[in-house]
Design a binder for this molecule. Structure first.
Ligand code: PMP
Length: 375
């Protein structure tokens, strides 16, 4: 105590603020994290009040939009880069390439900068212009290519793969669909959910894009309690619902992946696939629901109206899935899902009233009623 008082008086005489000495032994007032990596993960689990009250279940969601890159993909980018640096596939100063039109490019570019690496993102030139502009502002080398089938060498994923192959030993093709660092990143998300709920949860619900989220979280939660139900919610145009229902979740369906999902099948971005990726093949899924674009649009408007939550399309679809799971399980259960990103990145489509009107999807519901979620 005496030494604390002496330090306090000394700092006071030096004209420094002395509050920190009261706050803690090491002089810090709160958590200090080391660099951008320290800001990734450990997101809060938010209780969605309106959905909880309406369903009689506790509906909880991981607020992944609070990651520094604004989405759940920060976790994946960090793990892919960390593992590649650790095993020597990537050298400091090296190049990271990825084919993506989504959030992964943003996350990779930020993590690459912090690790002293460069990032090159190949994307189709029909992707929203603001996405390319954002990536360029962050410092990525953006290659916009003609949209072609995945079987074509000019497909953006194949371009990214070739560019990394051209610099063997120093470049990494991140390959989020097949790279199991994605799955491992989400084992951590699963552990966070387990700890935040003190293990008191009955179900987890999510869509799948690469499958990393649902695979990592399901494996962690089932390892702690195999009775926790894992539900997939699948948008139009995706074939995962049928695969889960038929119980055929194995990689030899890869051939089907040659038929890429048509981007016009759904307004949701980032979820829905027609093949079993390496990441998805590890998921332990008990049941599946179909979700429609109208349900996702209505849910996003509902969450904004009732909870002040501004979420992206996949997050809205996940909440649709959570309501369906609440109806299946009945009141009194705790259901967890993921808010993958915020609405800000969806202003040109999903949150654009003109776009929605043109596609007959303008939200029509008002109030707190959840009848727009189909049975
Ligand atoms: N939401 C958004 C916005 C995404 O970018 C993705 C990834 N494509 C997902 C959801 C799906 O997550 P996962 O890839 O882990 O299945």
């Amino acid at each position: 105590v005496t030494s604390q008082v002496v330090r306090l008086l000394q700092s006071w005489r030096r004209g420094e603020a002395f509050f920190p000495y009261w706050a803690s032994r090491d002089g810090s007032c709160g958590a200090i994290v080391d660099g951008i990596e320290g800001l990734i993960g450990d997101t809060p689990l938010v209780r969605i009040r309106s959905l909880s009250e309406q369903t009689g279940c506790e509906i909880l969601a991981k607020a992944e939009m609070l990651n520094p890159g604004g989405s759940v993909k920060d976790r994946v980018a960090l793990e892919m880069v960390r593992e590649a640096l650790a095993d020597g596939h990537l050298k400091p100063g090296g190049l990271i390439t990825e084919g993506t039109a989504g959030s992964t490019g943003v996350s990779l570019t930020m993590v690459a900068a912090s690790s002293g690496c460069r990032c090159r993102i190949a994307m189709p030139d029909d992707a929203a212009a603001e996405k390319a502009a954002l990536l360029q502002a962050l410092g990525a080398d953006v290659r916009r290519v003609r949209p072609v089938s995945i079987t074509h060498p000019g497909h953006f994923v194949n371009v990214a793969r070739r560019e990394a192959a051209a610099e063997p030993g120093s470049a990494l093709f991140a390959n989020q669909f097949e790279n199991l660092a994605n799955f491992r990143a989400h084992l951590r998300t699963g552990r966070e959910i387990w700890r935040q709920t003190c293990g008191r949860l009955h179900a987890f619900v999510s869509g799948a894009g690469t499958g990393g989220t649902i695979a990592g979280i399901s494996c962690y939660l089932k390892s702690q309690n195999p009775r926790i139900q894992i539900m997939l919610v699948d948008p139009p145009g995706s074939s995962l619902f049928n695969k889960v229902k038929r119980g055929v979740l194995y990689a030899c369906e890869e051939a089907e992946g040659r038929r890429l999902r048509n981007p016009f099948d759904t307004i949701t971005e980032g979820i829905g696939i027609n093949r079993i990726t390496a990441n998805f093949s590890l998921a332990q899924v008990d049941d599946a629901y179909k979700g429609t674009d109208r349900e996702a649009v209505e849910m996003a408007a509902y969450l904004l109206r009732n909870d002040g939550l501004f979420v992206g399309s996949s997050a809205a679809m996940n909440c649709v899935g959570a309501v369906k799971a609440a109806r299946t399980l009945g009141p009194g259960h705790t259901i967890v899902t993921v808010l993958c990103d915020g609405g800000q990145r969806h202003l040109s489509k999903f949150h654009n009233p003109d776009y929605l009107r043109q596609h007959g999807l303008a939200p029509e519901c008002t109030g707190r009623d959840l009848s727009f979620v189909q049975r």
